[in-house]
Design a protein around this ligand. Structure first.
Ligand code: CP3
Length: 346
């Protein structure tokens, strides 16, 4: 691997500078992505066509200069492989025509067979690995079980996910049964991603923040723990958006890196999490709406907070589609230059 900074940082080694990538970097911020996207019927066709998924995975590496690629796919391929297909509705987001409501619905969904049903993802990973030719590592990913559960029960995005949360309160044993099926599917899927060439794994718990601390301990962490305990081949990052209250619990997981959103203070997080884990994050994605000078300043302040080691620079959530790619480049270049300075002084 020519540039293995992110793998070394994830393993807790000292690096000559801080590695940088962006959640949702493979996507709509790039005109080059939109060109490929408009050549197909929709998002799902792009995901299921390995050559095209590979092409848009590599675009941000070439065009933005990030230190890792992330496979172009979606967390919702797991419910689909379990027998609950989704649609991606233009300007509205994901929609599941059928949702999980009863015990019978849960019995009907199966543990995914990724070798058969998700070969389009592993095929894309193999193409990406060949084309990257060791230039930077490739990140594989999956949704955390609770976040996937939210979509399977709710059927679409939601501010509150109240239908999904209702099941936690009214039928917790059913919720656990579904969460376990999702977890079993996810472990098999991530193992296949690693076999195909993924160099590290990120678990996205995008809706972690809607749970109380007690519910997070009961319905989210135990399943993420099973995944972390099962994946020992490559470094694992756990990103639980909004779960500031669970940082201590997440720090006890068998993972390498904890992702922070912009609500989580870097220094406070370091105190809670300790020095055995690498931290990832956490510039507010909206900071990239500022001028180039503002972006540079905000990025430097973020790097000062984390210090030069055991940090992977990123935003605190995915980059927004209307961000100017030039501002993304300022973020990336500032990380590269300023963290080199910090590391050389440390
Ligand atoms: C919650 C979630 C989803 N998908 C994902 C999450 C977790 C991360 C997060 O919290 O943002 C993860 C995801 N989705 C996508 C990636 C690709 C890799 C990357 O660059 O990060 C990743 C890692 C592509 C995508 N996934 C989606 C797009 C846009 C589809 C399009 O091209 O029209 C892309 C590029 C669609 C999607 N997929 C999902 C939603 C809610 C939507 C609609 C809203 C949106 O566009 O962000 C579910």
């Amino acid at each position: 691997m020519k540039n293995d900074l992110i793998l070394r940082a994830a393993r807790g080694e000292k690096t000559e500078r801080t590695p940088v990538w962006l959640m949702r970097q493979a996507g709509r911020i790039l005109p080059e992505y939109r060109a490929v996207r408009s050549s197909v019927s929709g998002f799902i066709e792009l995901c299921t066509t390995p050559e095209l998924a590979a092409e848009v995975t590599i675009q941000p590496v070439d065009l933005l200069g990030v230190d890792a690629a992330i496979i172009f796919s979606d967390i919702l391929v797991i419910p689909e492989a379990m027998g609950l297909p989704y649609e991606m509705v233009e300007k509205r987001g994901p929609l599941f025509p059928e949702t999980i409501k009863t015990a019978a619905d849960i019995d009907k969904v199966r543990v995914a067979n990724p070798v058969e049903d998700l070969a389009y993802v592993t095929d894309a990973i193999k193409i990406v690995k060949k084309e990257l030719d060791g230039s930077v590592p490739l990140i594989g990913f999956a949704g955390a079980p609770f976040t996937i559960f939210c979509y399977m029960v709710e059927g679409s995005g939601s501010k509150t996910f109240s239908k999904a949360k209702k099941m936690l309160y009214t039928a917790p044993e059913l919720a656990h049964k579904l969460l376990q099926k999702i977890t079993d599917s996810t472990i098999l899927y991530l193992k296949e991603q690693i076999k195909a060439g993924a160099d590290m794994i990120q678990i996205f718990d995008s809706w972690a923040g809607i749970l109380s601390p007690a519910q997070y301990s009961a319905f989210a962490t135990p399943y993420i723990k099973q995944i972390c305990d099962a994946i020992n081949e490559v470094p694992v990052t756990v990103f639980a958006k909004g779960a500031f209250f669970a940082r201590k619990e997440l720090a006890a997981l068998n993972c390498n890196t904890i992702g922070l959103d912009w609500n989580m203070d870097a220094k406070e997080s370091r105190e809670i999490i300790g020095w055995d884990r690498t931290l990832q994050g956490n510039l507010d994605p909206c900071a990239l709406y500022g001028s180039a000078k503002d972006v540079e300043q905000a990025t430097k302040e973020m790097l000062d907070q984390f210090g030069p080691h055991k940090h992977i620079a990123n935003l605190g959530h995915g980059v927004y589609p209307d961000i100017d790619p030039e501002k993304v480049k300022v973020f990336i270049e500032t990380v590269k230059e300023y963290s080199t300075e910090l590391a050389s002084k440390a």
